[in-house]
Design a protein around this ligand. Structure first.
Ligand SMILES: NC(=O)c1ccc[n+]([C@@H]2O[C@H](COP(=O)([O-])OP(=O)(O)OC[C@H]3O[C@@H](n4cnc5c(N)ncnc54)[C@H](O)[C@@H]3O)[C@@H](O)[C@H]2O)c1
Length: 288
């Protein structure tokens, strides 16, 4: 089985930046025609212009049920069907801790990150059924797997995406639709510098993060959007035709274990601490 997407039609949300944009490029390179959906019209149009005839931009706010339904319909009408949906749009959301959470802040994260995925799948079903099957890929996060990897509302929503993907895989297998998720680790994209931050500050933050990223996990280089796009391509393609209801962790080994399991500096620091402890205990034993 190959990762060719020749003749396939894909919708990718959050397509104008980062993981979504890299995925549009990978999917197009693999032969798919792609409807790139995003709220960022300028970046979306630029992406369309870079892939004439193969990528069409459509403005879609995944917080809106109507927008989602229309986007999938437009893809189907434009390209004659729908085979692949990559539910990827997202943002870090509110960093508010639980003790200060409001219903409104909670709902924004859940609607953007979890409800959008459920509705994306829901409105893809008729189009995929008409095609005799399909592949759905949902972006979750390492924050879905371990506490402390993201804001609490974000983490809960991403954990929801993982379980939702499993349940949907079970429900949709009767239509030959596969559903899987990806859990990215620390990937250098605009997600860390959202909104109206002045561009100079944005660049400085991104440069600093790039400098730090190689030391963040066992694989000593920054995680790039294309690392996730490659996993998405695999899960969207016939190469993964026996894979459904699961997730791929693409984190450079970040969740392999505690830092002391892979970082020699942390191991040396721990060793020194242990030696100090033993020396103190030996001294105490002599004096008592
Ligand atoms: N970058 C990371 O380290 C990381 C880690 C884990 C998970 N993720 C997830 O990956 C996905 C993509 O994020 P990214 O890192 O590429 O960030 P990004 O900011 O580079 O891209 C996100 C894209 O989503 C779009 N978007 C935001 N809100 C939208 C909405 N309401 N409707 C439609 N589009 C919307 C943005 O315009 C942007 O183009 C997100 O779901 C994010 O939670 C990212």
């Amino acid at each position: 089985m190959t990762t060719s997407l020749d003749g396939k039609v894909a919708v990718i949300t959050g397509a104008a930046s980062g993981i979504g944009k890299a995925s549009v490029e990978r999917f197009a390179e693999a032969g798919a025609r792609v409807l790139a959906a995003d709220i960022d019209v300028e970046a979306g149009r630029a992406l369309e212009a870079a892939h004439p005839g193969q990528v069409v931009f459509h403005k879609c706010d995944v917080m809106s049920e109507d927008d989602i339904a229309v986007t999938l319909e437009v893809a189907s009408q434009t390209f004659g069907g729908l085979d692949i949906l990559f539910n990827n749009a997202g943002a870090g959301g509110s960093p508010t801790p639980l003790e200060e959470m409001t219903g409104e802040l909670w709902d924004v994260s859940q609607n953007l990150l979890l409800r959008s995925v459920a509705l994306g799948m829901r409105y893809a079903i008729p189009h995929m059924k008409a095609r005799g099957g399909g592949a759905i890929v949902n972006t979750a996060s390492i924050a879905a797997l371990q506490a402390g990897m993201g804001p609490i509302a974000y983490s809960a929503a991403k954990a929801g995406v993982l379980h939702l993907s499993k349940c949907a895989a079970a429900e949709l297998s009767r239509y030959n639709i596969r559903v899987n998720a990806i859990c990215p680790g620390f990937i250098l994209t605009n997600i860390f510098t959202p909104g109206d931050i002045p561009s100079q500050i944005k660049s400085a933050v991104q440069l600093t993060m790039r400098g730090m990223a190689h030391a963040a996990q066992p694989v000593q280089r920054p995680g790039e959007a294309d690392d996730i796009a490659q996993a998405a391509l695999y899960l969207a393609s016939p190469a993964s035709s026996f894979v459904t209801g699961t997730h791929i962790l693409v984190d450079g080994g970040m969740l392999v274990g505690p830092r002391s399991s892979w970082d020699p500096e942390e191991q040396a620091r721990r060793l020194k601490e242990r030696e100090k402890l033993w020396a103190g205990a030996a001294e105490l034993a002599q004096t008592s």
